[in-house]
Design a binder for this molecule. Structure first.
Ligand SMILES: Cc1cc2nc3c(=O)[nH]c(=O)nc-3n(C[C@H](O)[C@H](O)[C@H](O)COP(=O)(O)OP(=O)(O)OC[C@H]3O[C@@H](n4cnc5c(N)ncnc54)[C@H](O)[C@@H]3O)c2cc1C
Length: 480
């Protein structure tokens, strides 16, 4: 059965994850910043219950026969791919932060095909284990985060060459009933607020790196797991503000991530989906990247840009410049960037295909997915430039909305911050703009779903330059 938002919240109270934030141990529900992760997840559960969004937020599972969250669905068609991208777009529009189940959804999709192949080629039972786990997630409508990014240590060295092997998650010991894993994953979006986390290697492993070719699932706060949360100026601001409405994204805050430490964590065999099969680890991360770049890299950020465009238009109207030709042009440019990126994600879905052949699982087109992510990575800075321009200097120089409650400073702020709209509205929208253009989202969008250089390498490798040369030679009349 699919959970309501309230059922999700109640179910998370059964966990007591070991979370550190700002140097202190904090409680998931009591800390104002970690609470934003619970609220964002609860909103995603809520959206999944709304009839208007049923086609986007849910699907029918071929494994349980019931309606499930699309966050737990394995794409069975191009239609599913397109709906998945729409879900990323919708949740970003509604939250202005991460759908913290997004990475998990894409890891599950990558694991489906690779475990299927391993069972076919190697006679393992990884796929059966995976399907049993998937059914467990689907039947209980569990929130599942995805852990991919290792700390990686010295980037010029392979995992086995690192002075500390723990900078890549690896198998420390194999036992009769399971494995002991050690290491950490960094920049983990919302892992603190999810019931489960699925873990895969951050890159393809080679012979001799078997210990690092490991994929598995763990419940929130399993013994040996510690979460060390990010701490930013936004965290500090949330700790002191008297009313969260004065924050840039009041309910859902920033994209909250953490370092997830695995200090000798026991994983039973039924939750292990790869253990030493280096030859399959490369395609696992490649398939994850393929789907994640369409969803997180592309569609999700289009949803963010929609919010930024809306705020830019409001800011222009509140200060009375909305008809100025250069403002109209800048808003139009932002729309162009947003719609180009969106078109790439739709193309990635529509040009998707069954992979591996015969599995019944679908993945997006790699070229369009990578182009979607690259277009957004560049375009997002451009969009932030324009919204900063349109909102004026007050996007970064504004006083707090708290001043309006102060009998001494409030009247001045009302008087001098008023334009074609009252000070309250101008301050509120400026703060919303500040959240985007002077916040964490630029670098976040750049690196989320992989730093752009990774996409450029894929793009270059996948493009058939011989065919393009042949076309040019043909018209230019060049004979070999
Ligand atoms: C907001 C946000 C949310 C995220 N959420 C998640 C999540 O939920 N789960 C998850 O698993 N990950 C998550 N990530 C991690 C994300 O996938 C990584 O940030 C990304 O893959 C880049 O890795 P890195 O941060 O270690 O950067 P680095 O690897 O340190 O990259 C920095 C620079 O070094 C370059 N570089 C790196 N290695 C090499 C090399 N060998 N040779 C040449 N150049 C190199 C890169 O191209 C880049 O220019 C998130 C990231 C962000 C910003």
């Amino acid at each position: 059965m699919m959970k309501t938002a309230q059922e999700y919240i109640e179910s998370m109270k059964n966990f007591n994850p070991r979370i550190f934030l700002g140097g202190k141990r904090v409680n998931l529900f009591e800390n104002p910043t970690t609470l934003t992760v619970i609220k964002a997840n609860a909103r995603v559960y809520e959206l999944s219950q709304e009839p208007a969004y049923q086609e986007i937020m849910t699907a029918v599972s071929p494994y349980t026969g019931g309606r499930i969250s699309r966050c737990l669905h394995i794409a069975q068609s191009i239609h599913d791919l397109e709906r998945r991208a729409e879900m990323a777009l919708l949740t970003s529009q509604m939250l202005g932060t991460c759908n913290y189940r997004c990475v998990g959804a894409d890891v599950l999709n990558a694991l489906a095909g690779v475990t299927w192949e391993m069972d076919r080629d190697l006679g393992t039972d990884y796929h059966q284990r995976f399907l049993a786990y998937l059914k467990h997630l689907q039947e209980n409508d569990l929130a599942c985060s995805g852990a991919v990014t290792d700390p990686k240590g010295d980037r010029s060295k392979r995992p086995a060459q690192q002075s500390d092997p723990d900078v890549y998650v690896h198998v420390a010991e194999k036992k009769a009933d399971g494995i002991i894993v050690r290491g950490a994953k960094v920049s983990q979006s919302g892992a603190i607020g999810c019931h489960e986390t699925v873990v895969i290697p951050t890159m393809g492993m080679r012979e001799g790196e078997e210990a690092f070719a490991v994929a598995f699932a763990v419940p929130n706060g399993a013994p040996g797991i510690t979460y060390i949360s990010q701490y930013t100026p936004f965290t500090a601001e949330r700790e002191v503000v008297s009313d969260i409405r004065y924050l840039g994204n009041p309910e859902y805050g920033q994209r909250e991530t953490c370092i997830m430490v695995f200090d000798n964590v026991f994983v039973p065999w039924e939750r292990v989906f790869m253990c030493g099969e280096t030859r399959y680890s490369g395609r696992l991360i490649a398939r994850f990247a393929k789907t994640h770049r369409m969803n997180c890299g592309g569609a999700c950020k289009v949803g963010f840009i929609d919010l930024i465009i809306g705020a830019a238009q409001l800011a222009a109207e509140y200060s009375g410049v909305q008809k100025a030709p250069h403002i109209v042009e800048k808003i139009t440019d932002m729309i162009r960037i947003s719609e180009t990126s969106r078109a790439c994600t739709i193309a990635a879905a529509l040009k998707g295909s069954e992979e591996p052949a015969g599995s019944g699982f679908y993945l997006p087109n790699d070229i369009f997915g990578n182009v979607a992510k690259l277009t957004v990575a560049d375009g997002f800075w451009e969009v932030m430039k324009w919204v900063g321009d349109i909102a004026g200097g007050m996007a970064v120089t504004m006083p707090s909305e708290e001043e309006l409650n102060n009998p001494e400073s409030g009247p001045y702020v009302r008087k001098f911050m008023c334009a074609s709209a009252p000070a309250e509205l101008r301050l509120r929208v400026a703060k919303f703009v500040q959240n985007w253009c002077a916040g964490l989202h630029g670098a976040g969008t750049w690196h989320g779903a992989g730093s752009p250089q990774a996409q450029k390498m894929v793009l270059y490798a996948l493009t058939d330059l011989e065919e393009k040369k042949r076309l040019a030679k043909n018209l230019a009349g060049i004979k070999d």
